[in-house]
Design a protein around this ligand. Sequence first.
Ligand code: AMP
Ligand code: GLY
Length: 423
Amino acid sequence: MNILILGSGGREHTFAWKLAQSSKCENLFVAPGNSGTAEIATNIPIGVTDFKAIKEVVLSNQISMVVVGPEDPLVQGIHDFFLNDTALKNVIVIGPQKAAATLEGSKEFAKEFLFRHNIPTAAYKSFNTGNVEEGYKFLETLKPPYVLKADGLAAGKGVLILNDLNEAKAELKSMLVEAKFGSASTKVVIEEFLDGIELSCFVLTDGENYKILPTAKDYKRIGEGDTGLNTGGMGAVSPVPFATPEFLSKIEERIVKPTINGFKKDNLPYVGFVFIGLIKVGEDPMVIEYNVRMGDPETEVVLPRLKNDLVDVFTAMGDKTLDKIDIQVDSRAATTIMLVSGGYPEAYEKEKVITGINTVTDSIVFHAGAQLKENQIITSGGRVMAITSYGDTHKEAIKKSYQSISKLNFDKMNYRTDIGFDL
Ligand code: AMP
Ligand code: GLY
């Protein structure tokens, strides 16, 4: 079968790496891809939301499966686009239809879904430009810290957590009235602060059946000890040590089952990954957010632990026979550490030559913001590559990743030296 992956990050390189291992994968394409995917697949230089160009690529290469990496094409309705096109409607698309993708595209929609299905989550209220004053009053009823969320997609930057009431009010005004996050903040969700430790749960569903993948935890802040600005993710580990069998069964009963049943009840067609951002409050899991895709860099530790043939798994999702798949997980831990451009997540330079990749033997190097140029691999983004290792323990895996990193270099290379510090 010919397969197309949409996206260009470490997540997509990992998908390509895993799908390429299957004997059922004949020709693999990645659009637009990066220097890592170029080594194992054919990169196609088109945008992930250019549906017309994607259609041409699918038809001219007899592609029968499209795996959607990032959220934008899903929120813009790529799955619906395929279903509504007679030439494309039989292609398997991994990723939900637009109605369900709104779970990531609108925080308010997600909160309403959670409450409608009695799934544990923080109390909230949403506000728009018409009721800013009510927003101020609601903030006065809450205890600090105050959690303000832009309703729409804001490239991971739309959540503010503030300790001071006046600052929270000013930010609310800035989001609603001054469009701090553009159209993403024409609505703002204010919610109760939850105090606990975060983890992520990844679920595969064909709309009827579901399978739970290994848990993972990512490290979002740029600085050591989880300080400084938020990033897309500076590293990840799987499994999550505090996710005991008892805690996992709470997640399945209280969160996963009502989520999948909620999709059916609300008529939200879903074939794809459900990424549930969780927080452990006391001994109980609560939902922070839904994403309708895999996480990045979580994919770089979750897929390496999956023993199944991923083409078989995705085919079963397309055929609605996911119940026939027995998910097999590698018992080893996997950890990944992101190498980023100096300055990221703020301004940074690009086109730095990356050296040493071929000398790494104990880890898997997943390329992210990296591209081929004149036979060299150069940086092209903030997050440049993810260095994944296995180990009998997290500690062992992390040590291997740091040893591999010592062989890699590019000008102003930065990374956290404390991934897994809290485990
Ligand atoms: P989100 O984009 O919804 O995942 O939020 C980004 C980050 O903000 C999360 O990963 C949490 O660290 C934090 N966060 C979001 N909502 C809450 C909440 N209600 N209580 C505490 N922290 C939160
Ligand atoms: N690492 C978090 C995300 O992919 O949203």
